[in-house]
Design a protein around this ligand. Sequence first.
Ligand code: FPP
Ligand code: MG
Length: 287
Amino acid sequence: MFIISWIYKKIVTIIHTIILYSLRFGPIPQHIAIIMDGNRRWAEKHHLDKKDGHASGYIKIEETLDWCEKLGVKAITVFAFSIDNFKRTESEVDALMKLAEDKFVNMLVKNSSLLDKHNCAVKVLGKWELLPDFVRNAATKVIEYSGKYNNMYMNFCFPYTATEEITQSIQKVVLHRINTNHDSETHEKTSILKDLEDNMYTKHCPPLDLVIRTSGERRLSDFLTWQSTSSAVFSFEQVLWPDFSLWNLFSDVLNYQRSYPEIKKYREQMKKLTERTERIEMSESTH
Ligand code: FPP
Ligand code: MG
């Protein structure tokens, strides 16, 4: 029995390696975002509590991080908790906060952490003030500890909405411009677009290439609107998040690779257009 399960595991590992390496012949999305939907439906299907659905969802994050690292992806951004999710029942919100704390604490346990293995830095993106102190403290320790790693980023949007991200960016840019008297002759001029971009939570990441949403829903749900609006590829999967497999990731990356020539062309055009707009904006502001 032991031998059969050993052989089975070896075969699965070999198949996974073949899948991952075959994808590497094409362009690899450098930044993948995931709306991990369907944890509670998965729990219901398996006659489990909601919190077990979320816990299984977390296991899938670690597996996906592992696959993505082997593919050469530089950043993964997961929608771990929407600001709107605070409207869920108190017991579910509490369970999710406790789960997050547990996982952040676990990430610091030596040799058990994927962060060490993958040389991966963790970031928590969103409106921090809304998190309970115990989660913020645990998250701060992981962010500080993993700050030395530079192979890839694992971003947890927690608690996050794109509306809040864009609003806080506008607020910062406006305040900065008022405080530094942006129109004064001595001030170095920068374009508004660039300033806004610099204040987005994903500033440290490559441009967003691929957005995956599981569970059959085809909505963006206030997630990374700014980042996905120009040239990200969308992949909608029927599978519930805890059942997401390497086959799903394989088809999502293939989907990206099929769209890649168009995206590349579009991005080159956009770059030229942005440079032109910036030049016009600058020359208008100096006159
Ligand atoms: C969506 O499924 C999932 C969530 C709202 C929570 C996901 C969070 C984790 C997997 C763990 C987070 C961990 C850290 C470290 C931050 P759903 O609840 O909408 O399920 P449904 O669509 O079936 O109702
Ligand atoms: Mg849902």
